[in-house]
Design a protein around this ligand. Structure first.
Ligand code: CP
Ligand code: NVA
Length: 309
């Protein structure tokens, strides 16, 4: 069966744990190699990854490109606006054509229904490079990052402050798969999708919703936030005002466990969702998170190709 990676649950907790372990091993094994050189075993030699971007990207674009190179394969990029998708060719037909020409498809788009449609019609793996609903590749990298920094996922305590967005949905999903807790502090009207919460709770995660940022961060192992205005959303002063009490400040960070980690998928807006002292401070893991997009994406590609998990 074709393995699509539209959400973390498509792989499941056991495969994700294997993927994190493999990413750690591969990262260590190639430490002194130039970044563009393939891993010694080049497991995806001859494979081509087609990447479609209907939204901007720096990390996802570069990390998938470097990831497939390091696995011995190659990539090509289709810009949403200059490919025929931008002139109305259907997602289904695009999926059929790319499946005949390439070995895997990664797509960043807006409506999650589009990637589901692509997966229905593709005969090669389809990978979610971000939709309005979720960002599983980012959270694969975040899980790798906190594990590398010594956090045991089961039973750990995370806090999310700010907007209830796509990145949060994938964290909630991860919490269900790895049995950790997420305390979510968001202003009224910006709550995450309840379906993700229900599913994670059913799997044993402790997911709590609060309006109180102090209650959310007190004693946690990791504090996470993201931009208040995601791609495709209008810049709204009203939203920024509602978000301000949820800014990750020095005082709020000090209420987390001593040595707690700060995570942000980037790009960041210093002075909005987080102050510079925190995001550029000693507890911040943002540069490891960014680098780990490569290592995590390699494990996603290997899983999708049926080589892992
Ligand atoms: N974090 C992330 O997905 O970054 P890009 O938007 O630059 O890909
Ligand atoms: N929530 C952000 C994540 C960017 C990587 C967005 O969707 O724009």
């Amino acid at each position: 069966m074709t393995r699509h990676f539209l959400n973390l649950s498509d792989a499941g907790g056991d495969a994700l744990a294997t993927m994190i372990g493999d990413a750690i091993d591969r990262k260590a094994a190639r430490k002194s190699l130039p970044k563009g050189q393939a891993d010694a075993d080049a497991p995806l030699a001859g494979h081509t990854l087609a990447m479609i971007f209907e939204k901007n990207s720096t990390r996802t674009r570069v990390s998938f490109d470097m990831a497939i190179r390091q696995l011995g394969g190659t990539s090509l990029i289709l810009d949403g606006s200059t490919s025929q998708l931008g002139r109305g060719e259907t997602v289904a037909d695009t999926a059929r054509v790319l499946s005949r020409m390439c070995d895997m498809i990664m797509i960043r788009t807006d409506d999650h229904a589009k990637i589901e449609e692509m997966a229905r019609h593709a005969t090669v793996p389809v990978i979610n490079g971000l939709t309005d609903l979720s960002h599983p590749c980012q959270i694969a990298a975040d899980l790798l990052t906190v594990v590398e920094h010594g956090l045991a996922l089961p039973g750990s305590q995370w806090a999310w402050l700010g907007d209830g967005n796509n990145v949060l949905h994938s964290i909630i999903e991860a919490a269900g798969l790895f049995k950790f807790d997420v305390r979510i502090a968001v202003p009224e009207g910006y709550e995450p999708d309840h379906a993700f919460i229900q599913e994670a709770r059913a799997l044993g995660a402790g997911i709590t919703l609060t309006r109180d940022p102090v209650a959310a961060v007190s004693g946690v192992d990791a504090v996470v936030t993201d931009t208040w205005i995601s791609m495709g959303q209008a810049h709204a002063d009203e939203k920024l005002k509602a978000m301000m009490p949820y800014q990750v400040s020095v005082d709020l960070m000090a209420k987390a466990k001593p040595g707690a980690k700060f995570l942000h998928c980037l790009p960041a807006h210093r002075g909005e969702e987080v102050v510079p002292e925190v995001i550029d401070g000693p507890q911040s893991l943002i540069w490891d998170e960014a680098e780990n997009r490569i290592h995590a994406q390699k494990s996603v590609l290997l899983w999708a190709a049926g080589r892992l998990g």
